[in-house]
Structures are given as structure tokens and as C-alpha cells.
Design a protein around this ligand. Structure first.
Ligand code: FAD
Length: 321
């Protein structure tokens, strides 16, 4: 018996969210009276893999090969399912990011396992296996009992802190025979020179309250100062004020930065659905009753066109110290 955690990598590196996920899996394993094993797919160096050991996994299954450097949902599902069978995993844990959302339902079918998606904390009990999860894009929460012998969980981003733990980790090469690739990635062209919205730790975002595309200077300046990506609400991209790739929400990008600064955004549920996993939300809005303030950790009631320049001045002063 064990708990298996899928540790996604980005060009051979793990992110802070991977260590949070591993810490979570380790705690779930502790509750179940067992140990956590990680499965890593794609080329990741030995020293990077060793980092996982600091967060509570005792074993890593390493699946290597150039062909695994691009995600193929079917193949990755097969590999994780094989790893789960090999380890006798009673729980398989993934991030609730785009990859986890694609793999978890497939694993659930393959392993005939109940799926608890977007869980936000440790199981309330492991017998019966009860998890607390987000529903309706985070507008409500549900307690769900997973009744199958194997359970699949996806952990909502920014909902569990990484916890360092003493211990040793063994690395085992794992080469399961899996079905062929349905798709082959021939070439990947990455945007350069810009912080990608999905990867950004800080995001500065503007809504229709910014009034005009000509007013985006302060959003870009603040983003530049903070090393942040820029984003926007859907009407802003629909109007052509900003590129569609910046639109966050139910029909746009779903992001989970450490800090999300929303200027002139009302906070409609469809927008919040894309940003409510942010660790901290700061809102600037002229309307004190705007729904964004319900989601925000900090709020400024005021004109974004006046508040943003003050914000920029304060950041410059803080940086100069
Ligand atoms: C099926 C569906 C899917 C959708 N998907 C998405 C989605 O993915 N993402 C998304 O964003 N929306 C989405 N929407 C649209 C969503 O419902 C809202 O209409 C949209 O988010 C509102 O954008 P906004 O807050 O920029 O604009 P508005 O609703 O016009 O709000 C502007 C806000 O700015 C404030 N304001 C005005 N002037 C200032 C100022 N000078 N300084 C500071 N604040 C000011 C106002 O008080 C107001 O709160 C979707 C809608 C539907 C029906």
C-alpha cells in the first residue's frame, strides 16, 4: 500500500507548487499509515529529483526519455496507472492545474477509482475517505466521500504549504510498457522576453474600469517593476484592448499566482473562476460594493487611474531602499 504523487516538471525543473503537492501527499500517506512515492516523467536531473525527498517522499519512480518531454495525456495516464498498480497505491494525487485536470479523470476511469477534484485541505478522515473540495468554480464547497479502494485526488493550487521533512529518498528507474503515442510533438516555439501568464508568480490585471487601451501604461509599468505578467478581463480582450491570451476566467486562462492585482475589474463569477486560486488578491475599484472585494484579501476603493501611479511610486521607493 502507498500514496502515489505525480510530480510534473517544467523543462526538467520542479516548481514550488510541486513541493506543496508532495508535502500534501506525504501528509495524506501519514494519515493512511503508509509512505508516499513520487512518479516523475520526462528528463529531470538527479539533483532536482533529490529535492522531492526534502518534502516527504521516500521513493521516486523515474520515467525518462526524450519522448516523454512533451505531455501526451493517454501515455502519461498509462504510466501513472502502471506506477499506481506497481506500488499498490490506494491514493493517487495530482495538482489541479491543466495537466492534472486532463490526467485525473482518465486515471479515474483506468483505475476504476473515485475522483475528488480541487480538494483544498487534508482529508477530514481516511475511513471513510472524506475530502473537502471546491465546486461551482470555487463559489461553494462540498464534503465528498470517496468509496472505491483506490482514490484519485487533485489538489487546488495554493491551498497547502510546502513543509520540509527530514528523510532519505531512493530513486528507481521505471520503464513500463505503455501504448503508443497518439500524437507526436514536432516542434515547440516558446514566447520569449515576456513573463508567461501561466507561470507568473505575480499578475497585474486590468478590467473595463481602466476605460481605454491607452490607459494600460501603469498596468505594464507596475508589472515590469514587480516582475509580473499582465492579464485582463474578458470584455477588455473582446474589445481588442488587450490580446486574447491575457484574458483570465472561466472562458480564459485559469491561473494561481501568489499575488493577483485587479484594477477596474468588477469581479464577476466568470472572472473569479479563473483567479480564485491566487494566494493573495488585491483589488482597486471605485465601487465599494463591487463583488471583487468579496474575493480580495486587500482592497482599495478608488480610481485605478490615480491609485496605480501612487502604487508604482511606492514600489519604486521600496525598491530604492
Ligand atoms: C458564459 C460567460 C463566460 C464569461 N467568461 C468570462 C471570463 O472568462 N473572464 C471574464 O473576465 N469575464 C467573463 N465573462 C464576462 C463577465 O460576466 C463580466 O461581464 C466581465 O468579467 C466584466 O468585466 P470587467 O469587470 O472588466 O467590466 P465591468 O463589469 O464593466 O466592470 C468594471 C469595473 O470597474 C470599476 N471601475 C470603473 N471605473 C473605475 C476606475 N476608474 N477605477 C477603478 N475601478 C473602476 C467598476 O466599478 C466596475 O466594478 C463571461 C460571461 C459569460 C456570460
Amino acid at each position: 500500500m502507498s500514496v502515489l504523487v505525480y510530480t510534473e516538471n517544467w523543462d526538467g525543473q520542479f516548481k514550488k507548487s510541486t513541493f506543496e503537492l508532495v508535502s500534501y501527499a506525504s501528509k495524506v500517506a501519514e494519515m493512511m499509515g503508509t509512505a508516499a512515492t513520487a512518479v516523475s516523467i520526462g528528463n529531470v536531473g538527479e539533483s532536482e529529483l533529490q529535492k522531492l525527498g526534502k518534502y516527504g517522499v521516500s521513493k521516486i519512480l523515474k520515467v525518462e526519455g526524450e519522448k516523454y518531454n512533451s505531455l501526451d495525456n493517454q501515455v502519461f495516464t498509462d504510466i501513472i496507472a502502471r506506477a499506481a498498480e506497481k506500488e499498490g497505491a490506494e491514493a493517487v494525487i495530482l495538482s489541479n492545474n491543466n495537466t492534472g485536470k486532463a490526467l485525473a479523470p482518465r486515471l479515474s476511469v483506468k483505475l476504476k477509482a473515485a475522483l475528488g477534484s480541487a480538494v483544498i485541505n487534508l482529508p477530514a478522515s481516511v475511513n471513510p475517505f472524506t475530502v473537502h473540495k471546491k465546486v461551482f468554480s470555487g463559489k461553494a464547497f462540498a464534503d465528498v466521500v470517496l468509496k472505491t479502494s483506490v482514490k484519485i485526488l487533485t489538489l487546488a493550487q495554493n491551498s497547502f504549504e510546502a513543509i520540509e521533512k527530514a528523510g532519505t529518498v531512493s530513486i528507481e528507474v521505471f520503464n513500463p510498457e505503455v501504448g503508443g503515442f497518439a500524437t507526436i510533438v514536432k516542434d515547440v516555439q516558446k514566447q520569449t522576453g515576456k513573463i508567461l501568464l501561466n507561470d507568473a508568480e505575480i499578475v497585474v490585471s486590468g478590467g473595463r474600469g481602466m476605460k481605454s487601451p491607452d490607459n494600460w501604461g501603469p498596468i505594464e509599468e507596475l508589472a515590469g517593476l514587480l516582475g509580473a505578467a499582465t492579464a485582463c478581463s474578458r470584455p477588455v480582450s473582446d474589445e481588442g484592448w488587450r490580446p486574447h491570451g491575457e484574458h483570465t476566467g472561466q472562458t480564459g486562462k485559469i491561473i494561481a499566482p501568489n499575488l493577483y492585482i485587479a484594477a477596474g475589474i468588477s469581479g464577476a463569477i466568470q472572472h473569479i473562476a479563473g483567479v480564485n486560486s491566487s494566494k493573495c488578491i488585491v483589488a482597486i475599484n471605485t465601487d465599494k460594493d463591487a463583488p471583487i472585494f468579496e474575493a480580495a484579501d486587500y482592497g482599495v476603493v478608488g480610481d485605478a487611474l490615480k491609485v496605480l501611479p501612487d502604487f508604482i511610486k511606492a514600489v519604486k521607493e521600496a525598491k530604492a531602499k
